[in-house]
Structure formats: structure tokens, C-alpha cells
Write a protein that binds this ligand. Structure first.
Ligand code: UT7
Length: 336
């Protein structure tokens, strides 16, 4: 096994020293959705593997969920908010267009020394943020970086569109990045994008192309729309490509990976990716049945749950692999 990152001697190793997650209390089951749109538990379960998802409380924001996840990650890392140098929040459902959700989290945590900004790579956001944040630590710019994936997808879902409303949920996950000289930590990350396919999955309204007007609201331009079939195919291909490239860079094969944490979009996508990578079902972590697709929060929540469930131990090799709107995709290999 090689660590492509630290083969350059001026770079430091970067470890995840604490993870945490938060999901709202309110559960929306498939039976609840049967009352909203023409669907069935049977259809949702067989096509997606999703049984229920969490929905933020009235007034509960993305920054609220991000802050809750961050507090747990800081506690587990043994780090105080005052020690943070940088906070990066990956989200497509920020509290507002600006200021950034990261700045709101910075204030809520009392991270008085930290710089803060958001990044947007849709469901790939957490791995993008992990990659960006890790470079600040590797390059000696900062010692302690907090990366968060947080989404209130219920705020952009059209609850009359059965093609999408059954898929998404709310939540947040966070990780603290630090240099731990003895550990290997993050071995590699690879990211990709294809803006030619931007139209497959989008929220059209609310930006400079289509500012909010009474007309844009009445036409449902602020809701998420997706070509599910095409997105599905692109997701499987991109995740397999990203995972394969990440493993090759580290001189690893799939059998050496203890835990694969794919973006939790659809159980059929997870299974197809695992099959094409030659991974066994016991290697793949899934919680899509309980949370649905929480976009940028998805792999962060899953990572925290996998650690909590004893699926990942010190020294284990972990593969994160993600895909989302943009299109965007990415993978990360971590020696825990
Ligand atoms: O996070 C970013 C990545 N996101 C993804 O990767 C999601 C990718 N896409 C998917 O997961 C799947 O394409 C879906 C779950 C969205 C759809 O599954 P599918 O097997 O591709 O179904 P489909 O789109 O081909 O729809 C089949 C039928 C259609 O009816 P007709 O046109 O064949 O009569 C849909 O109208 O199922 C219908 N349908 C539903 N029926 C009951 C669509 N949604 C529902 C529903 N309940 N909720």
C-alpha cells in the first residue's frame, strides 16, 4: 500500500480524529407518503430500499443540524471550538443564499479563530469538502479543520412529485481533520465533474438565471427535479470509475477494503456499485433504509454510524464513494 499524498515529503498526513452526525427526530415513513402522493411502500422499498426518512422540525435549519453534528465530532476528537482553524460546510440547501451556512455554524459553535466557507457539490459535497479541508492540513496552513455535510432536502422537495419526494431526507454529518504523525489517515481522494449533464438533477430557480418571482414560485422552479433513470446510470458508472481510480492510486484492491461507504441514494445503486467493484455485501455500509438520500450529509452520517456500529476499527481501510448533481463524483481512501 502506498500513500500518494505523503510520498511528497513536504506534505503532512491528515487523519479524521472525530466524527459526529445528527438527524431530526421526525420520521416520515413510506406509509405516510402513501397519503401524500400516489405511491406504495412496496414500490418505494423495491425500487429504492428506503423505508423511512427524517424531516427537520418546523423552523429547524441546515445550520442547526450542522452545528449539532459538529458538536459531536468535536467532542469525539477532543477538540474545542476555539481550536478550530477552518470550517467548511458542504450543502445545496444553505440557510440562505448568503452569508454562508459555515459562518452561521462558526458563530453557533463559538469558533472564534476559524475561517468559514461553504462549498457546493450536491451529493458529492462531503468528499469534496474532505479533499479541500485536508489540503489545508497537509500543507501546514491549518492544524484543525472541521468539515460538515448538511442538508434540509425537505425544503427543496416538491411534495406533489412522487418521482422525487420519496427519495430524500434531512440530516448532517461532520468530521475533524488533524495531523497525527503516527497515522496514515487520508490516503487519496479523487474528484470529477461533468457539467454537460447539469440538467439531469437541478433546482432551476432562485439563482441569477431565474431569480425568485411570483411566477417562478407558482411554476415550481424552486423544487428539485431529476431524470431518475439517467441519473441512476451515471451514478453507477461514475462511482465505479472513481472508486477504481482511488484504489489504483494507493496500490490497493477491493478485497483489502474493510468498509465501503457509498453515497446513500438508492439500495439498487449501492448493490450495482458493489457488484461491479467485486465487493461483497458485508463490505458495504448502508443506512438508506432509515434516512433516504440526505445529499451531502449522506456519507458523513453513514461514516459516523459505521464507526459507532463497530464496522470500522483503527488501521482498517475505508472507501468513501459519492455521486451527485453537477454532475459531480468522487472517492476517498482512508486508513482509519
Ligand atoms: O443523489 C444523487 C443521485 N441520485 C440518484 O442516483 C437517484 C437515481 N435514480 C433512482 O434512484 C431511480 O431512477 C428512481 C428510484 C428515481 C426511479 O426508479 P426507476 O426504477 O428508475 O423507475 P422509473 O423512473 O423508470 O419509473 C418507473 C415507473 C414510472 O411509471 P411509468 O411511466 O412506467 O408508468 C413512474 O411514473 O414508476 C413510476 N413511479 C412511481 N410509482 C410509484 C415513479 N415514482 C414512483 C413512486 N411510486 N414514488
Amino acid at each position: 500500500m502506498t500513500n500518494p499524498r505523503t510520498s511528497r515529503p513536504h506534505l503532512r498526513t491528515v487523519s479524521i480524529t472525530g466524527v459526529g452526525s445528527y438527524v431530526p427526530d421526525r420520521i416520515l415513513s413510506n406509509a405516510d407518503l402513501e397519503k401524500l402522493v400516489e405511491t406504495s411502500d412496496e414500490w418505494i422499498t423495491s425500487r429504492t430500499g428506503i423505508k423511512e426518512r427524517r424531516i427537520a422540525a418546523e423552523g429547524e435549519t441546515t445550520s442547526d443540524m450542522a452545528t449539532a453534528a459538529a458538536r459531536k465530532a468535536l467532542e469525539r476528537a477532543g477538540v474545542t471550538a476555539a481550536e478550530l482553524d477552518l470550517i467548511i460546510v458542504a450543502t445545496i440547501t444553505p440557510d440562505m443564499p448568503f452569508p454562508s451556512t459555515a459562518c452561521l455554524v462558526q458563530h453557533r459553535l463559538g469558533a472564534s479563530r476559524a475561517a468559514a466557507f461553504d462549498i457546493e457539490a450536491a451529493c458529492s459535497g462531503f468528499v469534496y469538502a474532505l479533499d479541500i479541508g485536508s489540503h489545508f492540513v497537509a500543507c501546514h496552513t491549518y492544524n484543525t479543520v472541521l468539515v460538515i455535510g448538511a442538508e434540509k432536502m425537505s425544503s427543496v422537495v416538491d411534495w406533489k412529485d412522487r418521482n422525487t419526494c420519496v427519495l430524500f431526507g434531512d440530516g448532517a454529518g461532520a468530521a475533524v481533520l488533524q495531523n497525527r504523525p503516527a497515522a496514515h489517515g487520508l490516503l487519496t481522494t479523487c474528484l470529477g465533474s461533468d457539467g454537460a449533464k447539469a440538467g439531469l438533477l437541478e433546482v432551476r430557480g432562485g439563482g441569477s438565471a431565474c431569480p425568485a418571482t411570483a411566477k417562478s414560485v407558482s411554476e415550481g422552479m424552486h423544487f428539485l427535479r431529476m431524470d431518475g433513470k439517467e441519473t441512476f446510470k451515471n451514478a453507477v458508472n461514475a462511482m465505479v470509475t472513481a472508486a477504481t481510480e482511488a484504489l489504483e492510486r494507493c496500490g490497493l484492491n477491493i478485497a483489502q477494503i474493510r468498509c465501503i461507504i457509498p453515497h446513500q441514494a438508492n439500495q439498487r445503486i449501492l448493490s450495482a456499485v458493489a457488484e461491479r467493484l467485486g465487493a461483497g455485501p458485508d463490505q458495504v455500509f448502508s443506512n438508506v433504509d432509515r434516512y433516504g438520500n440526505t445529499s451531502a450529509a449522506s456519507v458523513a452520517i453513514a461514516l459516523d454510524e459505521a464507526v459507532g456500529a463497530g464496522r470500522i476499527h483503527r488501521g482498517d481501510l475505508v472507501l468513501l464513494v459519492v455521486f451527485g448533481a453537477g454532475l459531480t463524483w468522487g472517492a476517498a481512501v482512508i486508513e482509519w
